[in-house]
Ligand binder design. Structure first.
Ligand code: SAM
Length: 223
């Protein structure tokens, strides 16, 4: 299979199952116009996040890695009107674009965007006493092992932890790969495997975003 074929099949399912949406489409357009990298999840993957949050019955969501707010909007739409999504972003320009996109989607009352390095904002969030029904990890991959530890601190039994980009074009199987993102994801996967408080799996994905994958874990014990 080629990238062209993956993209065509992705488009086929997007056209069938993910109808055009003014707020989501605008979020992608304004992000591109502002020069943000196109590291957002694809429409099909955004819909998957929405469905997982709905299946979970999530009322509180934490996202690590906002970019222009595309996945934020998908996830926030799964929440009830009194739900809460906290999303963490280190880059002020990304945060500014995301703020506008979240407002345009009518989600400002639900979404709380915290600007700063996630490893600095996570302790504040813990100090505020938050716990989350779903945590989506999608920021700098070298810090994934730390993000998993924070996700566990901020979870309860039954919380869902999802991490994007855990396959990295297949490079994840190469122990000698010198890319810090590959090494971060490998350590994250190994931690997931050895962590007695979670039950986890990982799914490879292909599509318009190339070849990668999601790890999904449920917290199985009280924290
Ligand atoms: N979740 C977004 C989506 O699907 O629409 C994509 C997020 S993008 C892959 C990763 C984002 O994480 C970037 O906007 C980047 O600036 C941010 N980021 C990278 N390192 C970070 C850190 N240490 N703390 C907080 N955000 C960080």
């Amino acid at each position: 299979m080629t990238q062209e074929e993956w993209t065509a099949v992705d488009r086929y399912f997007t056209d069938l199952l993910v109808p055009p949406d003014p707020s989501l489409d605008a979020a992608l357009q304004t992000s591109a116009a502002a020069g943000l990298p196109s590291h957002n999840v694809s429409p099909n993957q955004g819909k998957l996040l929405l469905l997982l949050a709905q299946i979970q019955g999530a009322r509180t969501i934490l996202e690590i890695g906002t970019l222009g707010g595309y996945s934020t909007i998908w996830l926030a739409r799964a929440l009830p009107s009194d739900g809460r999504l906290i999303t963490l972003e280190a880059n002020p320009k990304h945060a500014e674009v995301a703020h506008a996109n979240i407002a345009h989607a009518g989600l400002s009352d639900i979404v709380d965007l915290r600007l700063g390095q996630a490893l600095s904002t996570l302790p504040q969030i813990a100090a505020e006493g938050h716990t989350f029904d779903l945590i989506f990890i999608d920021a700098d991959k070298p810090n994934n092992p730390d993000y998993l530890m924070w996700a566990l601190k901020l979870s309860r039994r039954g919380s869902l932890i999802i991490a994007d980009n855990v396959v990295r074009g297949g490079a994840v199987v190469d122990a000698a790969n010198g890319d810090p993102s590959v090494q971060g994801v490998r350590r994250f996967n190994e931690l997931l495997a050895s962590e007695p408080r979670v039950s986890a799996t990982a799914i490879q994905t292909v599509g318009s975003k190339g070849y990668d994958g999601f790890a999904i874990a449920i917290v199985t014990s009280d924290q």
